[in-house]
Design a binder for this molecule. Structure first.
Ligand SMILES: *Cc1c(COP(=O)(O)O)cnc(C)c1O
Length: 223
């Protein structure tokens, strides 16, 4: 019952047009089933083995999003079913997704991850790198991946002004990239920003996909 109530509270707080990705990593399938029974269909996982195990046993109409750092050698496992890969952070990974999608006869939707947070450890392209790779145009030859937007994480801090500042950088970058490279691509419309602690700020700055875990399922045992 708690999961259902948590879900409803979050859904009630979302602006129109913002979709909820229920981040279920490290939570048992029973918890996901409970969210599913409450109507949730979009789930986010960040570990490949765990995703595979859950995908196998849970209902087939779930939309699985991979939200974590993805190693190229693991793309093949999820290629048959994954709905959206949130955190593409190298051209090598994009190329591999294209290759595996082609093998499955699919086109896989992806987001390019932008690094704006202060932490050194976060993955992603800097805004400058992103611009350069889009100019280089190698991505255009990959017919089995569709770039549908950008993803970012803010610095893990209590400083809400800092978080808002970082989300706004990505928001304006999204607008600029859309205008320059994806004007004729109506599918380029997703901005994945916001977690349990900052999704309300993120949706004030253009987020269309919020990735919320602990606010739905409770604290994880470990990360
Ligand atoms: C774990 C995770 C989340 C969800 O975090 P919560 O703070 O539990 O909401 C969101 N995005 C990514 C990339 C994650 O790894």
């Amino acid at each position: 019952m708690l999961i259902k109530a948590n879900l409803q509270k979050i859904l009630d707080s979302l602006k129109p047009g913002v979709r909820l990705v229920a981040v279920s990593k490290f939570h048992p399938v029973e918890a996901l089933q409970e969210a599913y029974n409450a109507g949730q269909r979009v789930f986010g996982e960040s570990h490949v083995q765990e995703l595979m195990m859950k995908q196998e046993v849970l209902p087939k109409d779930i939309e699985w999003h991979f939200i974590g750092h993805l190693q190229t050698n693991k793309v093949k496992y999820m290629a048959p079913f994954v709905s959206l890969i949130h955190a593409v952070d190298t051209m090598k990974l994009l190329k591999e997704i294209d290759k595996q999608a082609q093998k499955c006869g699919r086109v896989i939707d992806v987001l390019l991850q932008v690094h704006v947070a202060k932490e050194e450890t976060k993955f992603g392209f800097s805004p400058e790198e992103l611009e350069q790779l889009l100019i280089d145009g190698e991505w255009k030859q990959y017919g089995h991946v569709r770039i549908v937007g950008l993803m970012a994480m803010a610095t893990n801090t209590d400083d809400e002004a800092q978080i808002a500042y970082e989300f706004e950088i990505v928001h304006s970058l999204f607008g600029a990239v859309k205008k320059r490279f994806f004007l004729d691509a109506p599918w380029f419309k997703e901005l994945s920003m916001g977690m349990s602690g900052d999704y309300l700020i993120a949706q004030q700055h253009g987020s269309t996909l919020v990735r919320v875990g602990s606010k739905i399922f409770g604290e994880r045992q470990y990360n």
